[in-house]
Design a protein around this ligand. Structure first.
Ligand code: HEC
Ligand code: HEC
Length: 285
C-alpha cells in the first residue's frame, strides 16, 4: 500500500467515526415500536362509549418529514424524559381532551376552546367557559407546542411545563371550574377510564399527575407536518438561511409575497424573529 492510500484510508476511518459520533449526539434514539393493543374484553367496555380500535392510533411513529428530524428540531423538543409519548398515553389524553366531564357542569371540554377545525385554537377573540363567561385572552393554537424549546406556556409563559399547564384550565373558574380532587373522584368510577388508565399507566388509579401526563402527551402529538408550507419547504431543498428564504415552487405569487413579508421582512415585518424555525416556534423574542 502506498503512503497516500494509507493516509486517505485513515482519514476515511476518522471521518466515518466522527460521523457516527455526531449521529449519536444529534439524532433521536430509535424508539422501539409501541405494539400495545386493547384486548377483546377492553373493547367490550370501551365500545359503548368510545370509537376506539384494538390497535390504537400510532402516535409514536408519526413519519416526520426531514425538517422535523433535524438536530435543531430535536433540541427544541420539550418532551421530558419521564413523559415520552406512548400510543396508549396519548389515546387517554385524546379522550380526556374531548371530554366535557372535565368541566364542573359537563359542558366544556378542552376542544370547546381549542377547536381542531380551527387549528386547535378559537376563531372567536375570547372563548366562552362553563358558565358563559369569557376568557381574558385568546385561545391560541396548540399545534407544535412540542417545539417551543423553553417549554413555558400561556401568552405570559406563566406555566413552567406543559404538564403543569394542562391542569390549569381544568381549575380555572371561568374555563372548566373543577378541583382536581373532584375530577379524580368523577373519573375513577367510570369503567372505560379504568381500562384507559390501566393501558396507559399500568393500573386503573386515576390521579391528577396521570391526567396531566396524558393530556401533555396528546398535546405534544399535535404537530403540523404536511401543510402547503411543509411541502414547499421540502421542495425548496430545506433552505437553512431563513432571511434568504427562496420562493416556494408550490406557492402562488400572493403566497410568495407573504413569504417575502414573513421571512425577508418586506414592509418592515419581523415575524421571523418569533416564528423563524420550520416549526414556526422559537424563543428569540
Ligand atoms: C374556556 C376556554 C378554554 C378551555 C376549556 C381550555 N383552554 Fe387552553 N387556553 C385557553 C386560553 C384563553 C388560553 C390562553 C390563556 C393565557 O395565555 O392566559 C389557553 C392556553 C392553552 C395552552 C397554552 C398554549 C401556548 O402555546 O402557550 C395550552 C397548552 C392549553 N391551553 C391546553 C388546554 C387543555 C389541555 C385544555 C383542557 C384540559 C384546555 N386548554 C382547556 C382557553 C381554554
Ligand atoms: C415578538 C414576537 C412575535 C412576532 C414578531 C410575531 N409573533 Fe406571531 N405570535 C407570537 C406569539 C408569542 C404567539 C402565540 C404562540 C402560541 O403560544 O401559540 C403568536 C401567534 C401567532 C399566530 C397564531 C395565532 C393563534 O391564535 O393561534 C399567527 C398566525 C402569528 N403569530 C402570525 C404572525 C405573523 C404573520 C407575524 C409577522 C407579521 C408575527 N406573528 C409576528 C409572537 C410573535
Amino acid at each position: 500500500m502506498t503512503r497516500p492510500t494509507v493516509i486517505l484510508l485513515a482519514l476515511a476511518l476518522l471521518w466515518s467515526a466522527c460521523d457516527r459520533e455526531t449521529d449519536l449526539e444529534e439524532t433521536p434514539e430509535q424508539i422501539p415500536a409501541d405494539t400495545s393493543t386493547f384486548s377483546a374484553a377492553d373493547l367490550q367496555i370501551l365500545t359503548p362509549v368510545l370509537d376506539l380500535k384494538a390497535l390504537p392510533f400510532n402516535y409514536t411513529d408519526t413519519r416526520l418529514p426531514p425538517h422535523y428530524q433535524s438536530a435543531e428540531a430535536y433540541d427544541a423538543d420539550n418532551t421530558p424524559e419521564d413523559n415520552p409519548i406512548t400510543n396508549m398515553g396519548a389515546t387517554l389524553g385524546r379522550v380526556l381532551f374531548y371530554d366535557p366531564q372535565l368541566s364542573q357542569n359537563n359542558r366544556i371540554s378542552c376542544a370547546s376552546c381549542h377547536e381542531q377545525g380551527a387549528a386547535f385554537s378559537d376563531p372567536r377573540r375570547f372563548s366562552v367557559g362553563l358558565n358563559g363567561e369569557r376568557t381574558k385572552r385568546n385561545s391560541m393554537t396548540l399545534i407544535n407546542s412540542r417545539y417551543y424549546e423553553n417549554g413555558h406556556f400561556f401568552w405570559d409563559e406563566r406555566a413552567a411545563t406543559l404538564e403543569a399547564q394542562v391542569l390549569l384550565p381544568i381549575q380555572d373558574h371561568i374555563e372548566m371550574g373543577m378541583t382536581l380532587e373532584d375530577l379524580v373522584a368523577k373519573l375513577q368510577p367510570l369503567d372505560y377510564y379504568q381500562v384507559l388508565f390501566t393501558k396507559a399507566f399500568g393500573s386503573e388509579e386515576v390521579t391528577a399527575e396521570r391526567i396531566a401526563r396524558a393530556l401533555a402527551q396528546f398535546t405534544r402529538s399535535i404537530v403540523s407536518v404536511n401543510s402547503k408550507f411543509d411541502r414547499g419547504f421540502v421542495a425548496a431543498g430545506l433552505p437553512e438561511d431563513e432571511e434568504e428564504m427562496p420562493n416556494f415552487p408550490n406557492f402562488t405569487d400572493q403566497e410568495n409575497l407573504g413569504l417575502d413579508v414573513f421571512y425577508r421582512g418586506r414592509n418592515g415585518a419581523t415575524c421571523l424573529y418569533c416564528h423563524g424555525s420550520p416549526q414556526h416556534v422559537n424563543d428569540e423574542a
